[in-house]
Design a protein around this ligand. Sequence first.
Ligand code: ADP
Ligand code: DP6
Length: 346
Amino acid sequence: MMKASAQTHPNIALIKYWGRNPNFPSHLNIPTNDSISMTKETIHSDKSNIELLTHTTIEFSEHYEDDEGFLKTETDLIPFNEFQMKRIKKVVDPLRRLAQTVLKFKMVSENKFPTAAGLASSASAFAALTTATSKALKLDLSQKVLSTFARLGSGSAARSIHGGFVRWHKGDSHETSYAEQICACNEFDIAAVIAVIDRGEKAVSSDVGINYAHSSAFNPVRITESQKQAKKITKAILNDDFPTVGKIAEKSCLYMHSVMMTSEPPLFYWNPGTLSVIKSIINKRKNEETEFYFTVDAGPNVHCFCRMEDLDLAHTMLRDMGIPERNLVRVRQAEQGSKVVEQHLF
Ligand code: ADP
Ligand code: DP6
């Protein structure tokens, strides 16, 4: 049977990826800079009903006349549209070629959290798809090689192959643009509360918005600084130096959003709630010397980083700002990014 399933956690970038290197074909998703992330899972004591996990099943068979894919929601099975299928095949086609098969596939995937809302569904989705496809096709690929194939679906997916803290090397070819773990779970004490400001789909997906990065005059500065930040933050993570990690992560986030806001067309992923949470985090740090730091991806939702022992404090601060409990997600590092599982979705 050529059928397999995988489960994968999304990741949150501390050093952001925002731009493909124009010297390489764009379908390879070779980035302009290294990026660093934490693979994250939900701590199940919260009331958000959001589990940061994607579950994907894929089967290759002569019974399928065409490739087909479906997004499973609580109530429906929604076929992926043409554009989404094209993206799925960016991962499946090269793996199918490697396995020397022309068999068609059926794929079903479920995100246990909002899709396309800035919570990195594309990261966990394409890492899960890569892991499941490679298993179904009986390819015996290392995690490093899997990360290069996941990258073809979505850049940030390369990082979700691994658990803990992960660095995606920009590289200069398909093979050298891979992700590797830099620090296993529990070696660096960090947790976060995500303030979900909006669960809805963002107006401009990362896949599209990222193409505008080069039109910002600030982009060259962001690229140069990102390489320096990646070096410094790696050292700080390995030294368990939380304030340095937090400050660099905030800088990287602000550099990325500065590029977004000054690109053509300009992209404003924040909304007023985003800025309120950012200001509260900064004020709390200033007035009470609390070690809280923020980051925001391509969406309005804010991650408030803290030490594990301060999770309740961060949660209370965000709740007291009026963010409903169901929109507060407590997260920690996930030990494993992507793994093969026995449960199939069909
Ligand atoms: P996010 O912030 O959630 O990553 P993006 O706009 O970057 O948002 O990515 C959303 C896109 O990723 C979707 O439009 C779809 O193409 C793809 N995607 C999301 N979830 C899945 C899934 N489970 N399986 C396959 N593709 C998915
Ligand atoms: C803001 O990986 O979603 O989350 O490669 O086009 O799919 P594509 O982009 P994607 O971009 C992620 C951007 C980010 C920052 C990050 O995760 O590094």
